[in-house]
Each structure stands twice: as structure tokens, then as C-alpha cells.
Ligand binder design. Sequence first.
Ligand code: ATP
Length: 213
Amino acid sequence: MLIIFGGTFDPIHNGHLEIATKLYNTFNQDITLLPIGIPPYKTSPVTTPHQRLDMINLAIQSYPYLKVNTVELDSDEYSYTYKTINIIRRSVQPTTPILFIIGYDSFVTFDNWDNWRDILSFCHLVVVMRHGYVDDMLSRELKTFCQDKHTDDIKMLKNKPHGNIYKINFTPQDVSSTNIRHNIVHDDSYRKYLDGNVYKYIVMNNLYTKSLI
Ligand code: ATP
């Protein structure tokens, strides 16, 4: 089984680490962080790919079950999830289950992603709830698509390579990278949302100091 956690990680925060740890404890499998290179649907990250990778590597030092895949970071092209997951799918046995973790705020826009339906033919989705959201915000089309794919059966996810949607019953702490970017320079209390070495890196490299973030 492969468990992939895609994100901008600008910067990686304790909410990300909490999600990855929860998934590790649930499935007893290492988690691969997949930092996005050039987001096709969001504004570009504030920091460079190199800086985001540095921060991820610092954060995961004390988490032996977290790995990082730089295929999107290393590419000059837009990072489309359907393309990347397809590449990963082809690199493993057809019977190997792949889980892709997605927060509810991203899941509500899932049907705007390019070739979103195809993604389920490469992997399962694990949806994580997010503070401020209620589980009733999907478009009719997405709801219909999900209907026959929902499962609570972890055993099935471990035995089938792709095609199901599993909503994990937990809501991580209320933190976002946007909030950290906006506040970390002026409000020291935001450091509690970051790994200590990531915080030091941000300070040493003067990250997130510009107002337009
Ligand atoms: P931004 O504020 O820049 O959008 P973010 O905090 O959402 O950043 P990302 O790196 O974009 O961080 O998130 C990666 C994935 O993790 C997304 O699917 C997102 O929904 C999810 N996620 C991040 N933080 C949380 C959180 N606190 N609770 C639930 N899901 C989260």
C-alpha cells in the first residue's frame, strides 16, 4: 500500500503532521508527502520549491514514517494530480492499493480538477474534515459521483488498488498555511503551529515578510 499526502506545504505545519500521523496510525503504513510544484488552480507558493522542501525535511526529521516525493517539485510543468498519481500508479504493481489524502476544503473543489474522475481509477481518496466546514458542501455532481464509492471498510481499502472514498472520522487542529504566512512575522504565538526547526528556518531566511501573502 502507498499513502500519498499532496499539498503546497507553504509552510508545512502541525495540522499536516497531525493528519499524516493519524493516517499512519490507522493504516500502519509510511506516508509520502507530495509537495506540489506549480499549482494549476491556486496562486503560486510564496517560497521557492527548495525552501518548501527544506522545511519539509526539517519537519519530518522526528517522524520516521514520513517520506517525501519530489516529482512535482522537480518539474517545470503544472502539477496535475491525475498525471502524477498515474505516474505513481504505473511505478507499482497494479494490485497495490494507493491512498491519496485530501482535506475537505480541497475535496469540495475536487470536481474542478482536471480529469478528476480518472483519479479514482488510480487511487482511493481519504477525506479529512477541516474546521469551519460541514460535511454538506459538495456539488450535486460530486455527491452523485461519490455515492457508490464511499466505504468505511479499511480492510477493503487495503485489498483493492483504487476506486473508493474513505472519510476518516477526525478533524485536525484549526491551522492553515495561509494563516501562518499572514501572521508569523508579527505574532510570535503562531510558532506553536510549526515544528521548532521550521520556525527557525522561517526566521533565518526572512520568509513571509512581504505584505502580499
Ligand atoms: P493554504 O492555507 O495555503 O491553502 P493549507 O493549510 O490548506 O494551505 P496545504 O499544503 O494546501 O495547506 O494542504 C495540503 C492538504 O492538507 C490539503 O488537502 C488541505 O485540505 C489539507 N489540510 C491542511 N491543513 C489542514 C487542517 N488544519 N485540517 C484539515 N485539512 C488540512
